[in-house]
Design a protein around this ligand. Structure first.
Ligand SMILES: [Fe+2]
Length: 283
């Protein structure tokens, strides 16, 4: 029997999982329900091999390969996934992975702390809860105006807001509903990103910034964030539609290594098809 202990202000710590045994159908259903309800699950104090990790994530969604492999490692030092040292250590503004795409964001992301650094937490913001906190005027504004989002580009740093005006020539951008509906629950969530949102449709970048600031004070209110301070072998599974994530600048000496596994209903090639020729940027 699995147990889920609530984390403040959202998320739950899961107890009772056996890393080296496949979850039973009943446990898999409990995991899916707990993820829907809590948006983030933490497994702490156990060790998960790559195989154990893939099996656990498979209980909540269809695991897909990324960069040609199912298991990837995010390192604070240069790696296959993060291409330059400078970008690898930058602060990352709040975003959900691939949230600008017409099909919506990647559904589920899981991270496992192979090598961690408690001084470099990951920040999570619940964008469904943020939608519920919106003042009526701002909600009506967001209902009426799409925002324009630019995908991450490796030449731009993680602490820089993406702008259509500053993107590399011919790089794609997307018009996104500012309030979207969650693919599973139908709940509305704010789909404006500190990182990817360039401006609101029909509004200049400076005028958009005033609205971004008003929204950020609500969506990224420090009192409403879950700050995950990493311990070795922590395993997180989070709902990348409902949540946005960010991190501070990685301090110079860190050699943090996080294992990443994703789940999504279609292949990454199908998800990234809308990027056209630029989808290879993400290979
Ligand atoms: Fe990300």
């Amino acid at each position: 029997m699995l147990e889920f202990e609530p984390i403040t202000p959202f998320g739950a710590r899961a107890h009772g999982i056996q890393p080296d045994a496949p979850p039973t159908p009943d446990e898999a259903e409990q995991l899916r329900a707990a993820l829907r309800r809590n948006r983030l699950l933490l497994f702490r104090g156990r060790t998960f091999s790559e195989e154990d990790h893939v099996r656990l994530v498979s209980a909540v969604g269809t695991v897909r390969s990324e960069n040609g492999q199912v298991v990837n490692y995010l390192n604070a030092t240069p790696s296959r996934y993060i291409k330059t040292d400078a970008v690898a250590q930058e602060r990352y503004l709040f975003h959900a992975d691939y949230q600008m795409l017409p099909q919506g964001p990647l559904r589920v992301i899981s991270l496992y702390g192979v090598k961690v650094d408690a001084a470099n937490p990951t920040f999570f913001a619940d964008m469904i809860a943020a939608e519920r906190r919106l003042p009526d005027g701002l909600r009506a504004y967001l209902e009426a105006r799409d925002n324009v989002q630019v995908p991450y580009h490796p030449r731009v740093k993680g602490d820089t807001k993406f702008r259509v005006s500053e993107r590399p020539a011919s790089f794609p951008y997307f018009r996104v509903s500012s309030l979207r509906r969650h693919s599973a629950s139908g709940e509305r969530y704010v789909s404006v990103s500190e990182f990817f949102s360039s401006h609101f449709e029909g509004l200049s970048e400076p005028d958009s910034d005033a609205v971004f600031r008003e929204l950020a004070a609500i969506a990224y209110d420090p009192a409403e964030l879950y700050v995950h301070v990493w311990q070795e072998h922590d395993l997180l599974i989070f709902d990348n539609e409902a949540l946005q994530h960010a991190r501070g600048r990685i301090s110079g000496a860190s050699a943090r290594s996080l294992r990443r596994i994703i789940a999504h209903p279609v292949t990454m090639q199908a998800l990234l098809a809308d990027l056209g020729a630029f989808s290879t940027t993400y290979d």
